[in-house]
Design a protein around this ligand. Structure first.
Ligand code: SF4
Length: 131
C-alpha cells in the first residue's frame, strides 16, 4: 500500500532540519541492515519492457513487500528514506534498490506527492528547486 501524505509528513517534519551528514550518522548508528549483502538491497527490478501490465504489477508488489519486510522495525527508516528522497534523481542518480522500506518507483511517487503537497525535504527548500 502506498505511503500516504498523512503518514509521511510528520516523519519528514521530525527529520527535516538534519543535514545529510547527520542522517547518515543516524543510519550508521541505528541501521538494522548492517551486514546485509548487495543482493539483499538491490534485488533485480521488474523488467518494465518484458512483462505484461498484469505481471509487472505482481512483480512490483512482490518487490514492495520485500522492501517492507527488509526494513521493518529499523530505527533509521525515516533517516534512510529521507536521505534517498533527497539524493535520488539529482545529478543523474536514478532511484535504485531498497531504501527506507520503499522500492525505487515508490520513492519516486512519494517525492512527487510530497512536492505536490509542498512538503519540503530540507530546511532550505531552494536546494530542492534544482531537483
Ligand atoms: S531502512 Fe532499511 S535500508 Fe535503510 S537503514 Fe534501515 S534496514 Fe537499512
Amino acid at each position: 500500500m502506498p505511503t500516504s501524505i498523512s503518514q509521511i509528513r510528520p516523519r519528514i517534519d521530525k527529520h527535516r532540519a538534519l543535514t545529510n551528514g547527520q542522517l547518515s550518522d543516524l543510519i550508521d548508528r541505528d541501521a538494522t541492515c548492517r551486514g546485509a549483502t548487495a543482493e539483499d538491497w538491490f534485488p533485480a527490478e521488474p523488467d518494465t519492457a518484458a512483462l505484461s501490465k498484469e505481471d509487472l504489477a505482481i512483480a512490483r508488489r512482490e518487490y514492495e513487500v520485500k522492501a517492507r519486510q527488509a526494513c521493518a522495525g529499523c530505527p533509521a527508516e525515516t533517516a534512510c528514506l529521507l536521505l534517498a528522497l533527497r539524493d535520488e534523481n539529482q545529478y543523474g542518480v536514478k532511484a535504485h534498490g531498497i531504501s527506507g522500506g520503499h522500492a525505487p518507483w515508490e520513492r519516486n511517487r512519494l517525492r512527487r506527492t510530497l512536492r505536490r503537497h509542498r512538503v519540503s525535504l530540507t530546511a532550505t527548500p531552494s536546494r530542492e528547486a534544482a531537483s
